[in-house]
Ligand binder design. Sequence first.
Ligand code: S3P
Length: 434
Amino acid sequence: MTSLLLEPGARLQGELRVPGDKSISHRAVMLGALADSPTRVEGFLRGADALHTLAAFAKMGVPTSWQQDGVLLIDGVGIEGLRASDTPLDLGNAGTAMRLMTGLLAGQSFASDLTGDESLNARPMRRVADPLREMGAAIRLQSDGTPPVHIEPVERLTALHYTLPVASAQVKSALLLAALYAQGETVIREPAPTRDHTERMLRAFGYQVADTEAGKTLRGGSRLTGQIIQVPADISSAAFFLVAASIAGHADVVLRDVGINPTRDGVLAILRLMGADIDVFNKRTWGAEPVADLRVRNAKLHGVDIPRALVPLAIDEFPALLVAAACASGVTRLTGAAELRVKESDRIGAMADALQALGASAEPHADGMIVHGGSLCGGQVQSRGDHRIGMAMAVAATVAAGPVTIADSDNIATSYPGFVEQAATVGMRVQEVA
Ligand code: S3P
């Protein structure tokens, strides 16, 4: 198991292009696989999570290849063209792959088995299995509702009208992907807006998804046309540098080509409420997704009550945002974020423990945390095998008074391969230790 060792005294300066968006990379493989013609993906995230999705579709008979310039080619087999894998599909740490593929595979004419690592195999799956069963799917989980997932073929799925009990893009997307195979019109209503990459990409592939009063509406039975997809840099990875540069002394960092989809940009709004100095410039559109360059300079952050409406729009950024809170003046209150308990780790518990280990006042609650800002000391923290906890604590370490060791950091590569090298180029004093 690899640990990270960080020395204090970072001066964050320079320019970075963080790796491709994880959510968009997963979806590019899935829709590319189902299209009637080839798809070309530029800037695909070569992190373990997205590579697990790619390998899973290869096992289901989808030809994929890499061009010399790093472009991924997916030779779509058509909406009915997947075939059974002869072994279970191992999705590693990737919750998005597991949930979306459960939906996509529920309507196939063959059986599938989906499994993952220890963390993924402990994550809740009833949230997708229950509504899929209402569509007629035959899905078996473990008795506690976790993976492995077994899917049996059924004659036909039927369309569903469904209101999501939790604001979850993974559940919404699983149902939209199942609805491609369902008879009739599926309508999905969300309790709050969540990332809409699936809807945007389906439309880009020529599939109609309407946004109506009643919800997201899609009729089964149409087809997908292969596309050229340019994957933006992942705002969830950029978030670590937005926070690091905000809390560091004399920082000035530019982040290129960052996806600023309005269903993902809650981190910008929350940091700005805290007093951060972030410029969004060079705005443009890449296919279905808005992109911009971000310039962030150090600022005096202050604590805030995080508006609940922003929580789903920044759901993956709370490890980094809680570090910002620990370094701000005053109190930050996060509520309405119980979903953080069931991510790659229990992120409320993991962040409270890690911040406390560096001397911060972090009080965990069932659905959030109260953080009293102050200064951080050096020490040892656990990432609990969660990529975002590891990177968030690396950010905390840049302003700690002494060295910080972050144990169990290998999974950073699930979303951010090359994090240590890139962080070093803008001045983080970080190295991997065995
Ligand atoms: C994702 C949705 C979110 C997010 C995850 C990626 C997606 O999960 O936390 O990292 O790509 O759809 P939930 O839908 O469970 O909130």
